[in-house]
Design a protein around this ligand. Structure first.
Ligand SMILES: *Cc1c(COP(=O)(O)O)cnc(C)c1O
Length: 488
């Protein structure tokens, strides 16, 4: 397999030009693709080519087949799910990472990658305030591919901690002779939590979702205690609490001060899932939402969501890396190096022992490019703007007779329902409204169930979003609601 590096150089330039144009003209695309499932598949040959094709042909096919049938996550009117951003500086970082293609599984396989990762995790910890100059190592971090992996790692840590306390080792012997473990979280928590509990062999039915309450829609601590007591009475073994800061459905935040007291009282591991909302903690004024975070055993947040770093990049922090390495670390003969790592402060870290995967991409580079290019200041002002615009929208919804604000804005996320007078079936009206909004192409929203009803979610989180885009979105929502009301 030979490659012409002149050809590579040529195409690398072409593709950078294309990428700049694409991102600058992204508003000309429909946010959510509209196509029938299978229509892309039909355009791609069933069998691989026998001999190579030119990049001219390949890239033309990309433009004709892929680009028109993609949902544009970097669009400023992407208000669906949560954002998955990609700042230009972090895209450049990804490009260098792709070109170098090093594997940062051991310190020795990529020393600078490992050490940059250490420093980037320190920068992030300082940035969101979980470490300070007085408490520089309160948490130590590692980059995972996703919050799902980080939460899975945390659940396995919980399991091992309980088993070790009982003189057992589930990693080694399995779960066969241990107690039934129970893990608690809020009713709106992300599905990755239940999935992790299933994958850890604890059993998905041993996840106990607790009803939420209060101004920030956090889980009710009294109900949590009741659930723990009930489980203890049945002979089950409570193992941990997974707190949500910015729950997926409506952005709810559990009260970490309350939960950490309960964790202490019942000797439970406390993991915090702040995948989306963690980035907001770059701003001092939002840290009240995770007051008590210093009591957590572990936490995850995704710089690739709201902080703007290219997807994927998930920051997993633990209080005690030794406990993490005891759970995930593995050292077969072929991975042993002669680098000493036993000292507590050894800078030579093999991050594969902190991760689920063995082979690891050099993700720290894009973080470095991103944070240095924008600085904390501009990330903070972006987040503050998004929060202010969501609050503006919340007010419009509240003041309009044809709408109901179903959950108050938390940071930059809210939910609502259209409820025009005269419409009987609000549920199907909102399903249809959401389809119409997304089909008209200029905005993209998604839904969830809250308090038994379908509600439309709205979050502001794209790097490119301006206040005009949020104002425009509100106009479109009003217009489509009026059109649909007339048809009823
Ligand atoms: C996005 C999100 C996840 C899942 O994150 P991945 O990185 O896609 O696995 C988990 N929890 C919360 C609260 C999220 O917002």
């Amino acid at each position: 397999m030979s490659y012409d590096w002149q050809e590579f150089r040529h195409w690398a330039h072409q593709i950078s030009d294309w990428a700049s144009d694409y991102r600058q003209n992204i508003k000309s695309y429909r946010v959510r693709a509209v196509l029938k499932p299978g229509s892309v598949l039909k355009k791609i040959p069933e069998y691989p080519p026998k001999s190579g094709e030119s990049m001219d042909t390949i890239f033309a096919d990309f433009k004709n087949i892929i680009l028109p049938n993609i949902t544009h996550w970097q669009h400023p009117s992407f208000f669906a799910y949560f954002p998955a951003n990609a700042s230009p500086a972090s895209v450049l970082g990804e490009y260098v990472t792709a070109a170098m293609a090093v594997n940062s599984l051991l310190w020795q396989t990529s020393p600078a990658a490992s050490e940059l990762e250490t420093r980037m995790m320190e920068w992030l910890a300082y940035g969101v305030g979980i470490c300070t100059s007085e408490t520089p190592k309160r948490f130590q971090g590692v980059i995972h591919d996703s919050a799902s992996s980080a939460t899975f790692a945390a659940v396995v840590m919980m399991r091992e901690r309980v088993f070790n306390q009982l003189g057992k080792d589930a990693n080694k012997d399995g779960l066969f002779h241990g107690p039934v473990l129970r893990i608690y979280g809020c009713e709106h928590a992300h599905s990755s939590i239940e999935k992790a509990i299933g994958m850890a062999g604890i059993g998905r039915s041993n996840y106990c979702p607790i009803t939420t309450t209060g101004e920030h829609y956090g889980l009710n601590p009294t109900l949590l205690k009741d659930a723990i007591e009930r489980d203890l009475a049945k002979g089950f073994k409570p193992a941990g609490i997974i707190a949500s800061i910015g729950s997926t459905g409506i952005g709810g935040c559990d009260n970490l001060e309350d939960l950490s007291k309960i964790a202490l009282q019942y000797n439970l591991f406390l993991h915090v899932d702040a995948a989306w909302a963690g980035s907001a903690m770059l701003c001092d004024e939002f840290r009240v939402l995770w007051q008590g975070i210093e009591h957590a055993d572990s936490l995850v947040f995704n710089p690739h969501k709201w902080m703007g770093v290219h997807f994927d990049c998930s920051a997993f922090f633990v209080k005690d890396p030794k406990e993490l390495v005891a759970t995930l670390g593995f050292e077969p003969e072929y991975l042993k190096t002669n680098i000493t790592q036993d000292a507590d402060n050894s800078p030579a870290i093999d991050y594969s022992k902190w991760s689920i995967q063995l082979g690891r991409r050099f993700r720290a580079l894009k973080l470095w490019f991103h944070i240095r290019t924008y600085g904390l200041d501009s990330m903070q002002s972006m987040i503050r703007n998004h929060v202010a615009w969501a609050s503006w929208l919340g007010k419009q919804i509240q003041d309009h007779d044809h709408f109901r604000l179903t959950s108050r804005p938390i940071l930059s996320m809210l939910s609502f329902q259209a409820s025009p007078p005269g419409v009987q079936d609000i549920e199907s009206f909102n399903h249809q409204l959401l389809e119409n909004l997304n089909d008209q192409g200029s905005i993209y929203l998604t839904k969830t169930i809250f308090q038994g009803e379908t509600v439309i979610r709205f979050q502001v989180g794209s790097l490119e979003t301006r206040f005009e885009d949020v104002q425009q979105a509100w106009k479109i929502i009003c217009k489509e609601t009026a059109i649909l009301t007339q048809k009823h």
